[in-house]
Design a protein around this ligand. Structure first.
Ligand SMILES: C[S@@+](CC[C@H](N)C(=O)[O-])C[C@H]1O[C@@H](n2cnc3c(N)ncnc32)[C@H](O)[C@@H]1O
Length: 260
């Protein structure tokens, strides 16, 4: 049974309010980094996995995409996305799990995903699927919660604070123990999946991608000037972004025995 936390009323109310008030890091940090990895002009057909309310889908169309398919498990999100895009013929939304999405091989020029892959238990299998769905030379651009941020979730409180509640340092623990993390985010028991940076890289390479760029962004300088508390995001990376190309002839590396 896949977790669909964005359809939990308390979670959705908290998350929507955070996005409306700009209290999250999406607009000031993740989205500018994501857009910086996209081609200036997008051609062809795009797939957005975990599309949420469709904001990025519209941006992709504005950048020139011929058509966009958005996939999200949450009915709340898909309803908002359909409202946002009412009347548009160049965009389709599917309310289903990323893991259940099916497509003919070679259907997409670009696959994007913004902050959804840490909800996927088997990222390796997903990268293989995406590789098949892309045309030769097609591109994958995604952001994920940074492994430095996911490793201790549900184990430590993130920031270690002194007696005066000052944030002393970020706690990295259990880094090599990959798998499920349950923590409180608006509600108890939100499930995410932690994996190391090397696993993410090696799963991409193993699926036949050339990695062309990685980002561990902090807030934009403008945002930091307007809201100096954002300087804190330079102390540890909240997000990891990757841009990868489908290798023309499949695998880029031979199989390696797993390190034990
Ligand atoms: C942090 S939100 C990001 C939404 C959107 N990409 C954005 O940047 O505004 C994560 C999204 O992933 C979706 N999601 C989580 N697990 C999913 C799954 N297994 N399949 C499809 N969507 C999923 C959630 O419903 C939610 O809309």
């Amino acid at each position: 049974m896949k977790q669909n936390i964005y359809d939990d009323p308390q979670f959705f109310a908290g998350y929507s309010s955070m996005r409306k008030t700009g209290g999250g890091l999406n607009e000031v940090l993740e989205q500018p980094a994501m857009v910086s990895l996209l081609p200036e002009v997008i051609h062809g057909t795009v797939l957005d996995l975990g599309c949420g309310d469709g904001g990025l889908c519209v941006r992709l169309l504005d950048l020139g995409a011929n058509s966009v398919i958005g996939v999200d498990l949450s009915q709340n999100m898909i309803r908002a996305a359909r409202e946002r895009c009412a009347g548009r013929k160049d965009i389709q939304f599917h309310c289903l799990a990323i893991e259940d999405f099916q497509s003919p091989d070679g259907a997409f020029d670009l696959v994007v995903s913004s902050l959804a892959f840490h909800y996927i238990p088997n990222l390796e299998a997903l990268f293989h699927n995406i590789q098949a769905w892309l045309k030769d030379g097609g591109m994958l651009v995604f952001s994920i919660e940074h492994p430095v941020a996911t490793c201790s979730q549900g184990i430590h409180a993130g920031w270690y604070r002194d007696a005066n509640n000052k944030k002393c340092h970020w706690q990295v623990d259990c880094y090599a123990d990959e798998g499920e993390r349950r923590s409180r985010w608006f509600v108890d028991g939100v499930i995410k999946y932690h994996r190391t940076v090397s696993s993410i890289v090696n799963h991409l390479v193993g699926a036949g991608f050339h990695i062309v760029r990685m980002l561990e962004p902090h807030a934009t300088e403008k945002a930091e000037q307007e809201k100096p508390s954002l300087l804190e995001e330079r102390r540890r990376p909240p997000f990891l972004l990757m841009k990868a190309l489908k290798a023309k002839h499949g695998k880029t590396e031979p199989d390696f025995a797993p390190y034990r």
